[in-house]
Design a protein around this ligand. Sequence first.
Ligand code: ADP
Ligand code: MG
Length: 300
Amino acid sequence: MSVPRETSGEKSSRVIGTRRLKEPMPKPIKTRIFTVANQKGGVGKTTSAVNVAAALAMGGLRTLVIDLDPQGNASTAFSIDRDAVAGMYEVITRDLPMNDVVIKVNGFPHLECAPATQSLANAEVELVSMVGREVRLKKALNNFLQERANNGERIDYVIIDCPPSLGLLTINALVSAEELMIPIQCEYYSLEGLALLLHTVSLVQEHLNPHIRLTTILLTMFDGRTRLANDVAANVRQHYPNELIDIPIPRAVRISEAPSYGQTVMTYDPLSNGAQTYMAVAREIANRGAAVIHTAKEIS
Ligand code: ADP
Ligand code: MG
């Protein structure tokens, strides 16, 4: 199977996207909780977290994004004023209920965000000496989901955006989730570090959360004209045929512009190639709800 060249990919995704933009997506049997992680910075974690979440919400699925990166890029993409709100710092280190910080995202009836405030940068250090330091997010999230379920408002998708490190915030995210989503930038060295990430996941599996599985790999900033991008894609396809979402996300100016307008590309330019590709990716993720899941150990 070859990766479609950008021109043909663009054409087909436009057709698919236009036709399917308004079609509802299938609900999962239970809440699916994803951690979006890769200790490399700038690979498209936040961009993928917010756009996949926005697309799922547009598909009618109740979605929550947890911004666990002190840089707060996901919160910014949703136009949340990071100075004015309490956020995940207070939830993780001060036991503030998550419901007190969760904010509805403007323009999306089904999308909410638990924002990161500047102070989240202190959490990494403060957590070290705290009791139950690895399970604080899991407890807060479970309480929140339970509370919502009791009100008849089951959340369908939780997407946790991680900082570019394998510190305690990322560990908290891995402990809270059942599924790991890894965005891979189709560039030189992009697969370096994957082994360390998967080793960390297997340690978490062993000691803290037996349920976490690598289920989803995204190819980001894909430029089909370069041999390198195609080689990286082929390599990932060969090693992770079940986990790879084989709809490469193109490098697209509209995707990178959207956050500066406090938006996702899904609302900034819904008919652009980037938005339509993220829509197709989200639909594939929703459709795969019941797909066979492998452990990171089995595949590494
Ligand atoms: P991470 O969260 O892994 O650090 P980001 O999602 O913030 O990475 O992406 C890094 C940079 O690349 C950002 O400036 C973002 O706007 C840009 N970017 C991400 N995906 C794309 C894309 N598909 N096309 C163009 N620019 C992108
Ligand atoms: Mg980020």
